[in-house]
Design a protein around this ligand. Structure first.
Ligand SMILES: *[C@@H]1O[C@H](CO)[C@@H](O)[C@H](O)[C@H]1NC(C)=O
Ligand SMILES: *[C@@H]1O[C@H](CO)[C@@H](O)[C@H](O)[C@H]1NC(C)=O
Ligand SMILES: *[C@@H]1O[C@H](CO)[C@@H](O)[C@H](O)[C@H]1NC(C)=O
Ligand SMILES: *[C@@H]1O[C@H](CO)[C@@H](O)[C@H](O)[C@H]1NC(C)=O
Ligand SMILES: *[C@@H]1O[C@H](CO)[C@@H](O)[C@H](O)[C@H]1NC(C)=O
Ligand SMILES: *[C@@H]1O[C@H](CO)[C@@H](O)[C@H](O)[C@H]1NC(C)=O
Ligand SMILES: *[C@@H]1O[C@H](CO)[C@@H](O)[C@H](O)[C@H]1NC(C)=O
Ligand SMILES: *[C@@H]1O[C@H](CO)[C@@H](O)[C@H](O)[C@H]1NC(C)=O
Length: 495
């Protein structure tokens, strides 16, 4: 009972603000910051980007010290991730968990001068995904318990909570409606163990909601229903009518949790978004419609309620940036979740807390030279197909797929696209535009219409070849400090 009251007082300021004040944006909006990119935007640039856009929470997928250092002293609240591949050893050994905490948390949380505000350790990344089978989930609760013990031993357990992000496919419902929702039978027992663990430590339940995939995979879910459109055909459950896929998914989660005996657990939507390329209906304009629809919905009367579980306590968009090395086993759209492109340019407008102001792009991004690799049309191209396939397998041709931004390129424009992707991923190394003599380096941008032929970022790896400039660094930090002063007051209200 006491713990419930404690939880309510922690949650109440957030929800009441969300509901009662005519806020320009949801407070507590965060983003996932993944780094599965061949040329990641430098961490300090990313942190500038977050601050400039009032994004005050990030969820990471690992504990990369460069990312954590860049967040030090920033006032941004952080979730640190533990990859699935580490779950087995963390379950097997408390020592391994203690080393993980010591190496990856202690110095960042405890450093007084440049503290990183770590709220959560996410044990695994959707280890319950059905496609993983039993590879990871049997180790989750043991790994979480060992990390919890290691936090306790290093006096960090009060500050840092242990969570385990869960995929939406851990839930199932025969009718497709919330009233029959339950956990997938194969993970049911483990989910109950996990919830018992979370309950004991008053940690929230981290869960993904996947409107795009649900729409993509189910003929009976309309785009209108996925995008919060007023024209959507409503779905009736026994006691409730659903007008959009978000509410239906959210109640599916609540219902399964209640059925399992955990009606009170706090819910954090740790991942939600809409991709912009690589599949039909993955476009910037639909992503904007979805994201605006979601944010408006969370403010709207239909989402208002006195019952606290009617709203998630926090929400993390997926994702901040595009990542050209993400696995595409689930679809070519997987590399295009970013609200921003790989180089930090806003693809569409969304209110992260900056009000009616437009999103601010990453500043002073450093690129490789303005050079591209294309196919030489004057050569015999009869054998070019295999070369393009190899280039695509190694690099990123997801924009060429049906519905993608470069799908309309005709042959051999699409071959040039493949060649260029490979060339850019290899730091514009001249050898990487050879292609049996069929490649040609050009300084004329081959981009056409919506199809962007990229120039990759200059990274520390490629930097050694070129000289770099830091001229505007001082100016940007001044701007950032000013923005921080402006936003600091809001953040304090949620600590
Ligand atoms: C997790 O670790 C415990 C303790 O070492 C061990 O007994 C258990 O079998 C492990 N779990 C799995 C699924 O291997
Ligand atoms: C700390 O985290 C990094 C990145 O996730 C990982 O590679 C490393 O093994 C971790 N340290 C320990 C001692 O587990
Ligand atoms: C939608 O279709 C899926 C399978 O394609 C089915 O499992 C589900 O029950 C259907 N949902 C509704 C509400 O009709
Ligand atoms: C899940 O596990 C609980 C507790 O063991 C059990 O009562 C329930 O019937 C199970 N549900 C399913 C769908 O397997
Ligand atoms: C759903 O319920 C509403 C009233 O709650 C009713 O007007 C509507 O006809 C129902 N729709 C379907 C498809 O049953
Ligand atoms: C969504 O994709 C389908 C299939 O390609 C297409 O017919 C439809 O026009 C698309 N809708 C929008 C709004 O882009
Ligand atoms: C294409 O490949 C075939 C088989 O490897 C080879 O015989 C032929 O000479 C090649 N053509 C060109 C133009 O390279
Ligand atoms: C390029 O387009 C041609 C003709 O539409 C197609 O056969 C080929 O598979 C495409 N190649 C790539 C790499 O997309």
């Amino acid at each position: 009972m006491a713990s419930q009251n404690l939880k309510s007082t922690r949650i109440f300021p957030f929800i009441s603000l969300l509901l009662l004040l005519p806020l320009p944006a949801i407070e507590g909006v965060g983003v996932n910051w993944g780094t599965a990119a061949s040329h990641p935007l430098p961490p300090l640039k990313v942190v500038e980007l977050l601050k400039a856009n009032n994004i005050n929470k990030v969820k990471l997928f690992d504990a990369d010290p460069l990312l954590l250092q860049s967040l030090a002293g920033s006032n941004i609240r952080v979730t640190v991730g533990i990859p699935n591949s580490m779950l087995r050893s963390l379950n097997a050994s408390l020592k391994a968990a203690e080393s993980w905490v010591h190496d990856n948390l202690t110095r960042f949380v405890s450093d007084r001068a440049s503290r990183v505000l770590i709220d959560y350790v996410a044990v695994g990344d959707e280890p319950f995904l059905q496609s993983y089978g039993e590879q990871f989930y049997p180790f989750v609760v043991g790994a979480a318990a060992n990390i919890q013990m290691a936090l306790f031993k290093s006096n960090l357990a009060v500050k840092v909570k242990v969570v385990a992000p869960c995929s939406y496919d851990a839930f199932t419902s025969d009718s497709g409606l919330p009233s029959n929702a339950r956990f997938r039978p194969d993970v049911n027992r483990t989910m109950i163990e996990l919830l018992t663990f979370l309950n004991r430590h008053q940690s929230p339940f981290f869960v993904t909601i996947s409107p795009f995939q649900l729409y993509h995979e189910n003929k009976n879910i309309s785009l209108n229903f996925a995008l919060f459109r007023q024209t959507a055909h409503a779905r009736n459950d026994t006691h409730k009518t659903y007008k959009n896929i978000f509410d239906l998914s959210y109640d599916t989660i609540i219902s399964a949790l209640s059925t399992a005996g955990f009606p009170q657990v706090d819910i954090v939507i740790s991942r939600i978004g809409w991709p912009t390329d690589g599949a039909p209906n993955a476009t910037s304009s639909l992503a904007e419609e979805f994201t605006k629809g979601l944010i408006n919905h969370l403010h709207s009367g239909s989402a208002k309620s006195s019952k606290r579980q009617d709203l998630p306590t926090e929400i993390y968009f997926f994702s901040l940036l595009d990542e050209d090395k993400r696995t595409i086993i689930n679809g070519n759209f997987e590399r295009h979740w970013g609200v921003f492109t790989f180089d930090g340019q806003a693809k569409y407008q969304v209110d992260f807390g900056q009000g009616s102001r437009k999103l601010i792009n990453a500043q002073n991004v450093e690129y490789l030279s303005s050079k591209w690799c294309v196919v030489n049309n004057n050569k015999d191209l009869s054998n070019v197909t295999a070369l393009a396939s190899d280039a695509c397998a190694a690099a990123d041709c997801t924009s060429l797929s049906a519905g993608g931004s470069c799908f309309d390129l005709s042959w051999p424009g699409n071959i040039s696209y493949a060649f260029n992707s490979y060339y850019q991923q290899h730091d514009q190394n001249a050898d990487s535009c050879y292609f049996a003599g069929l490649g040609l380096i050009t300084t004329v941008d081959p981009s056409v219409g919506t199809c962007r032929f990229i120039v990759q970022l200059r990274t520390s790896h490629s930097m050694s070849i070129h000289e770099s400039t830091f001229s505007t660094w001082t100016i940007s930090s001044t701007v950032i400090i000013f923005l921080l002063l402006l936003t600091g007051r809001w953040q304090e209200m949620f600590l």
